[in-house]
Design a protein. Structure first.
Length: 60
């Protein structure tokens, strides 16, 4: 079953759905970006880590 936009993910959600949700919650073009093949690291807690790119401006 495909997840709808802004719908929470669950422990059994696909990695693609988890990446999509991470983009919805944290993605800001040019600041915080998540690749389509970003690593998803599941653990025992109620959530998961998703690899992201974060822009750091020189002089900041």
């Amino acid at each position: 079953m495909e997840r709808k936009a802004n719908e929470p993910v669950r422990a059994d959600s696909s990695d693609d759905d988890i990446r999509d949700r991470a983009r919805e919650l944290f993605g800001i073009e040019g600041e915080t970006e998540i690749d389509t093949d970003a690593e998803v690291s599941r653990g025992d807690d109620d959530g998961t880590y998703v690899q992201a790119w974060v822009w750091v401006e020189f002089g900041a």
